[in-house]
Design a protein around this ligand. Structure first.
Ligand SMILES: [Zn+2]
Length: 118
């Protein structure tokens, strides 16, 4: 994964499987686009894992692997396509993917995704 991000092979990430569950160690890839000019795009890749502090309280440990890597507009488009494809693949999957998790019944909100856990 980090190799694909460093090598800017964003199309390759579409095939990454969803993490088995939310408590599993996972990667978070975030795409951020400048809302002023819309032409500056950066990606941040974080490694997420649950740990326990000294009091035994679960906490999320976030370790950046890539921080605000500047990418071109064509790379941004490639990454958006990969996210879209990933979502489609996971929703069409066998029930183990993130896209198939039961939704919170009380919540009908839908937001466009620009980042995804891998
Ligand atoms: Zn800007």
């Amino acid at each position: 994964m980090i190799g694909h991000v460093e090598g800017r092979q964003f199309a390759a990430i579409a095939a990454y499987p969803a993490p088995p569950d939310d408590s599993a160690p996972q990667l978070s890839l975030r795409l951020m686009s400048c809302s002023r000019c819309g032409q500056t795009n950066v990606v941040t890749l974080n490694n997420l894992s649950w740990t326990r502090d000294l009091n035994g309280v679960r906490k999320l440990d976030i370790r950046p692997l890539e921080n605000q890597l500047l990418i071109t507009s064509s790379e941004t488009e490639e990454l958006r396509q990969a996210f879209k494809q990933m979502t489609e693949l996971r929703e069409a999957g066998d029930g183990s993917g993130a896209g198939n998790r039961p939704r919170d019944e009380a919540c009908q909100h839908e937001y466009p995704r620009q980042d995804s856990n891998l």
